[in-house]
Design a protein around this ligand. Structure first.
Ligand SMILES: [Zn+2]
Length: 361
């Protein structure tokens, strides 16, 4: 049985099913009507099971998996930091954490088609896991999506629908298809099961570090799928006593499209657009209020980084052995900026590198 849905804003509840709503009647995003209960940390974890080693803490049964998870945590001496290689995944990005749980729910609900909209990585991930599940996928992308990303989606057999206009128009087209009864909205931004998956990044980091939370994490923010997953994951770990404090969550956005940085008061709104970081150019994150709360509760902040800075860091990363896409370089460029603004070098910092460079052509 799959848990139903609940609105954190107005308290309405909805039953689980292939026709369940993707949004509350009040307009807010929905959550799963089930809290993760961690209990005591197990003595060992079955790493062969990938992130499903944490299945006792996941609100969904393992139905669709490609062995994803336990991404490497490696030393990055150039930056006096530790990188979590979140591009070491079947589709080349951390989005697989959310796709494995979201498609697992889709199978449990007997969904006959999944619909997603994405600038690339989330679409490629949902399409790959839909193929693994044997469920047809329909992925809405902006016209002009990077050819390597389009190919990654199309090669799975999923239908690619190109939409002219802004990123918001692409989402609108996908939601119209859902409203017309064409399929279930497997949206990385809206679907709460996706966030249950991204929480496992925090669980892995805790286990890999011997249950010692880092001082801070520097994380890119578009819709905040990883940022919120880390927040929720570390919060669950702290309340279960696996770790004794929350890391500070330091966000990084692309200059020119940095709504959270503007809200928490550390970005100039008029900066030139960072077009290199197209993957996180989200003007209206669905869960903006939750992200802002997570920033404030962890004594964090959010900054925006410029294109030139991102490009320079991207090249430095590749020369240091990290072949990532430009949007991943945003986080490390952000770390460099935080360091010049008072983040001590002796602070223990973990930075996720979110997407592979192989898909950025
Ligand atoms: Zn509501």
């Amino acid at each position: 049985m799959a848990p139903g849905l609940v609105c954190a804003d107005c308290g309405r509840t909805y039953e689980a099913g292939p026709n369940e709503p993707w949004q509350c009647a009040c307009g807010a995003p929905l959550e799963l009507n089930m809290e993760p209960a961690l209990g005591d940390p197990p003595q060992t974890f079955d790493r062969e099971a990938g992130l499903w080693a944490f299945d006792a803490f996941l609100p969904v049964n393992r139905e669709v998996t490609l062995g994803e998870g336990w991404t490497p945590l490696v030393d990055a001496p150039t930056w006096d930091a530790t990188f979590k290689l979140e591009y070491v995944f079947p589709s080349g990005s951390f989005k697989d954490r959310g796709a494995t749980t979201t498609l697992s729910r889709a199978v449990t609900l007997d969904v006959n088609r999944v619909i997603e909209d994405s600038s690339g990585n989330a679409g490629a991930s949902i399409a790959l896991y839909a193929a693994r599940a044997g469920i047809p996928g329909e992925i809405y992308v902006p016209t002009g999506v990077k050819p390597a990303k389009r190919a990654a989606i199309e090669g799975t057999g999923a239908t690619v629908v190109e939409v002219d206009g802004a990123r918001a128009d692409v989402s609108q087209a996908a939601r119209e298809a859902v409203a017309a009864g064409k399929g279930w909205y497997a949206s990385h931004a809206w679907n709460p099961t996706f966030y249950a998956g991204t929480m496992t990044a925090a669980y892995e980091i805790a286990v890999q570090r011997g249950f010692e939370a880092p001082d801070a994490m520097v994380v890119p923010i578009g819709h905040g799928t990883l940022f919120l997953g880390l927040y929720r994951g570390f919060a669950a770990l702290e309340s279960a006593g696996w770790i004794d404090r929350m890391p500070r969550l330091l966000g990084v956005q692309a200059a020119g499209v940095a709504p959270i940085a503007e809200t928490v008061g550390t970005a100039a709104g008029t900066q030139t657009k960072n077009e290199l970081a197209d993957g996180i150019q989200i003007a209206e994150p669905v869960r903006a209020a939750q992200i802002t709360r997570a920033v404030r509760e962890t004594n964090g902040t959010v900054i925006a980084v410029a294109e030139e800075q991102t490009r320079a860091t991207w090249h430095t990363l590749h020369r240091a052995g990290f072949h990532v896409e430009p949007t991943s370089a945003v986080a490390v460029a952000g770390l460099e900026a935080y360091r010049t603004h008072g983040l001590d070098r002796d602070q223990d910092v973990v930075v996720p590198l979110t997407g592979s460079g192989l898909k950025s052509a």
